[in-house]
Design a protein around this ligand. Structure first.
Ligand code: HPA
Length: 261
């Protein structure tokens, strides 16, 4: 059994999870952000990839999302937990909160390489539910079991960055239904679906989004809050790894059926 983990800002390794080594993937799309760290949780194998590179040198708009996801696929991963830092937009969210995402709005369209199908073939994957419903359910029950408090749903709006948003942009995002804002959720989730990989998106609220509080946003705040949440995220991942199986009852595994022209 093999579980892929993508770590975001502030999470660069498996910290505390037994790490065995590192494996590298070559892809037709270039190099992934880093080597995939291999680890083990009670016999369940884990492959961990720091999205921004081992030393956080890759900006959100420069990440090779295609290589990262293709790399996981080529190493045999069928299920991925993707963790990312976000700004909280909804009134009920505060720094430190954890959201098991269920919806996405993409504001990076056109700015990033967002499909594996470019030449000859065209794919239109169904993306009505952008995150794997089966993984979401298991993550929600895992959270209840471990006592880690999570929000069971939330809509992620993905911006290109790397700058943070204006207060008016956040007001607008709120008006169209976004709960949290981040810079890396897309095209990662769509590429996972094209690769027929199940993906569970976990957002860690690291700050109030622009204009939600009257404090200036700082990167230090983002990293510090993420580090403080690390323990809870690790507990969730560990328990999830113990619970999950290779069986897939969701539709992610057949995403390309009737989707390629
Ligand atoms: N905006 C966009 N991306 C983010 C934020 C934010 O406020 N916080 C963490 N990632």
């Amino acid at each position: 059994m093999l579980l892929g983990i993508i770590g975001g800002s502030g999470i660069y390794d498996l910290e505390g999870l037994k790490s065995a080594g590192e494996t590298f993937a070559e892809t037709p799309f270039g190099k992934p952000s880093a080597g995939y760290k291999t680890g083990d949780i009670d016999g369940r194998e884990i492959l961990f990839l720091p999205r921004h590179g081992a030393d956080h040198s890759i900006a959100p708009h420069k990440i090779n999302y295609r290589a990262n996801i293709w790399g996981f696929k080529s190493l045999g991963v069928q299920k991925i937990i993707a963790v990312g830092a976000v700004g909280g937009i909804s009134g009920n969210l505060k720094p430190g909160d954890i959201v098991i995402l269920d919806q996405l709005i993409d504001f990076t369209f056109g700015a990033r390489q967002s499909t594996f199908f470019e030449d000859n073939k065209v794919a239109h994957i169904d993306f009505t539910e952008p995150y794997c419903s089966e993984m979401r359910s298991l993550m929600i029950s895992t959270a209840a079991k471990t006592g880690v408090e999570v929000k069971n749903s939330g809509t992620y709006i993905c911006v290109n960055g790397p700058r943070l948003e204006t207060a008016k942009e956040i007001q607008y995002f709120s008006s169209i239904g976004a709960d949290v804002v981040g810079m890396t959720g897309m095209p990662e989730a769509a590429l996972a679906r094209e690769a027929e990989i199940c993906l569970c998106g976990i957002a860690v609220v690291t700050n109030y989004a622009a204009g939600i509080s009257n404090q200036k946003l700082t990167v230090t705040e983002v990293i510090d809050t993420m580090k403080r949440s690390n323990d809870k995220i690790k507990r969730l991942i560990k328990e999830f790894a113990l619970q999950f199986s290779d069986e897939r009852l969701c539709t992610c595994k057949d995403a390309l059926k009737n989707a390629v022209m």
